[in-house]
Design a binder for this molecule. Structure first.
Ligand code: AMP
Length: 401
């Protein structure tokens, strides 16, 4: 039995889950927010519904990690640091260097630093967390798990853009995808529901949350995915535009007097998607409520979101030459009964049939299509953190061999 921390470190935040492995039991979870900003907030849930909350100034990630470890002892979640056997860190972009998770060493850190322009908001923040834990827990096995790694199996024809090929050769511009840890996790759960090994399956995983992406998974490997060079591409998202004709962007910059591309990227990342179309909110629950109250733009935002999901499902069925299972996961995919029903309705021409009773159940992984359905549709709750903890345990074991 060992204890493993799964860490998601942002520029001013540190989220964690502490697992007992291999049981995969979560014994503590929480976050430290507003690091480096006045009034940082610490929140830890543990034990049988206990909660620790405090507001205090935390000047940087090293102080945050130090505080977290001391709190784990003070709250009697662990007795001493030696109880932590491994730490796994989420890293957003792994470029072409990382095809799977890796144990952290100087070379791994150098490579993550080298490609940080691929995720300028995320990778430097992820690195701060990795280095802070290395200082506080220098002897503990540290592992990096990349959002992009799962998609490194995509064939060339699915990741090269139709732009001058030198862009790829000289600058590494290509489709990298994201949400790989989630797609990998739900595919693994799907094989259990389908009672068939991944190597025999064609799956389409729909990760529909604030960030949203779809992945075609053929024989257990990512075959195609909707996100691109960065997580801005693909589906309509909470505040991200998804796919847009680049000429429209140049035209809008000319006519709206936007002179900086950074300002435009901020609009495409933070003011577009559900928020931009509806003008109401980036949160699907608010958008749906406004649509029910008769707000046309809110209804339109929901319709466009669904249409982009159906577009990619159709595309991936054609590209894989069929599909055995379609998975809905993440905030919207797991919780919105109506969204799943609408999408399955649009796929009825394929002989896909919804089981309305199963579709309305909550809080479980289940099959939501009827036994007669040509394709099995599933709702699966994603768990990226447990995937990180599993990778830590697997890499530790391989190191010991
Ligand atoms: P995530 O990024 O995975 O946490 O997902 C966040 C999104 O899930 C937000 O847009 C929420 O509005 C959406 N969401 C959560 N619960 C529901 C629900 N019951 N119905 C529709 N959307 C939901």
């Amino acid at each position: 039995m060992e204890k493993v921390l799964a860490i998601n470190s942002g520029s001013s935040s540190l989220k964690f889950k502490l697992f007992v492995m291999p049981a995969e039991e979560v014994i503590a979870a929480g976050k430290i927010e507003r690091i480096g900003i006045k009034d940082s907030r610490v929140e830890i849930k543990y034990g049988l519904g206990q909660k620790y909350e405090k507001v205090e100034d935390i000047k940087d990630h090293k102080v945050a990690v130090d505080l977290l470890m001391k709190l784990l002892i003070k709250l009697e979640i662990i007795r001493d640091y030696m109880e932590i056997n491994g730490v796994g860190h989420r890293v957003v972009a792994g470029g072409e260097y990382f095809k799977h998770s890796e144990i952290v060493d100087d070379e791994v850190i150098r490579k993550i630093e080298e490609i940080q322009d691929l995720a300028p908001l995320h990778n430097p923040a992820n690195l701060i967390g990795i280095k802070a834990f290395k200082e506080i827990l220098p002897y503990v096995c540290s592992v990096v798990v990349f959002d992009t790694a799962f998609h490194q199996t995509m064939p060339e024809e699915n990741y090269i853009y139709s732009v001058p090929y030198e862009w790829y050769e000289k600058l590494g511009i290509r489709r990298y995808g994201a949400h790989g840890t989630s797609h990998r996790y739900v595919a693994n759960e799907a094989q259990k529901l389908l009672n068939q090994p991944l190597k025999d399956l064609k799956l389409i995983s729909c990760h529909l949350g604030a960030g949203a992406s779809i992945c075609a998974i053929k024989n257990g490997k990512s075959f195609n995915t909707s996100m691109g060079f960065t997580p801005l591409a693909g589906l309509t998202m909470a505040t991200r535009s998804g796919d847009v004709d680049a000429s429209a962007i140049a035209y809008a910059m000319d006519h709206l007097g936007i002179s900086s591309i950074d300002e435009m990227l901020e609009i495409l990342n933070k003011q577009s998607g559900l928020l931009g179309i509806s003008g109401v909110s980036s949160d699907m629950r608010d958008v749906s409520q406004a649509a029910r109250a008769g707000n046309h733009r809110a209804a339109l935002a929901g319709q466009i979101f669904e249409r982009t999901v159906v577009d990619y499902i159709g595309q991936y069925i054609a590209e894989m030459g069929g599909v055995d299972g379609i998975i809905f996961t993440a905030g919207i995919g797991e919780n919105s009964v109506s969204l799943r029903a609408h999408i399955v309705e649009k796929l009825a021409y394929l002989g896909i049939e919804l089981d309305a009773g199963e579709n309305s159940k909550r809080g479980i992984n289940n099959i939501i299509s009827t036994p007669n359905s040509n394709v099995t549709v599933m709702r699966i709750m994603t768990d990226e953190e447990v995937m990180i903890a599993r990778d830590v345990v697997a890499l530790e074991a391989s190191q010991a061999d």
